[in-house]
Design a protein around this ligand. Structure first.
Ligand SMILES: [Cu+2]
Length: 210
């Protein structure tokens, strides 16, 4: 009986320590989560609200899209203008490449134009993954990391590019689109970081990290 009680108490103690350390280490990694609305309703549809947030090192910011209509926005940190991604881009493929629609909709057709630099090829205009999907590109612009949907990305501030992908309002992701409804970034270094929405590039905001 006594042995049983001691075993139980020891088990409880270990469990308690696990809980306490579990909570405190998580608390340090993600001390405060600020939230920012990407887009809004009425006259705020193309604004980040609040536009400027100030946090401390180790804290994070979560963006969501609170719109009532299915308009997407992105949260995109761009280090120089060269890294602003076009939404669509032409890719050169051999002329005999056949594109077969993978959805049953009767009214779809790819945009194809001649490749003037290569008569054996044609240009197919496709969605730019760097604009529409969650991705991070390092400072030398060589290493590309494709992030999970609805990521929590730890940002050093050195990256040349970090993108949330197209974030839709909760419950309004169109059929076939990646179901992205939020993006979280944890900031490791002090500084003021400027970001835009690549779909509506006049939408901008800042995160200041003290
Ligand atoms: Cu936008």
């Amino acid at each position: 009986m006594i042995t049983n009680t001691i075993t139980f108490s020891a088990g409880l103690l270990i469990y308690s320590l696990f809980v306490v350390f579990g909570v405190s280490s998580q608390g340090e990694a993600n001390a405060i989560s600020s939230t920012v609305g990407a887009g809004g309703n009425g006259t705020d549809w193309d604004k980040f609200t609040p536009q400027n947030v100030t946090i401390n090192i180790g804290e994070s910011v979560t963006w969501t899209n609170p719109m009532q209509v299915a308009e997407p926005h992105t949260v995109t940190f761009v280090k120089d203008n060269e890294m602003i991604p076009p939404l669509v881009a032409p890719f050169s493929v051999p002329n005999n490449t056949e594109l077969i629609s993978a959805i049953p909709a009767p009214n779809v057709e790819p945009t194809i134009i001649p490749d003037n630099s290569n008569p054996n090829n044609k240009l197919v205009i496709v969605d730019n993954h760097r604009a529409s999907a969650p991705v991070a590109v390092d400072s030398p612009k060589t290493n590309v990391t494709h992030l999970p949907l609805n990521s929590n990305y730890t940002f050093t501030g050195e990256e040349s590019y970090v993108n949330s992908g197209w974030m839709w309002p909760m419950g309004q992701v169109p059929p076939g689109a990646p179901p992205i409804t939020s993006f979280t970034m944890t900031f490791e270094n002090p500084g003021t970081y400027y970001y835009i929405c690549v779909i509506h590039p006049w939408m901008s905001g800042t995160v200041t990290v003290n």
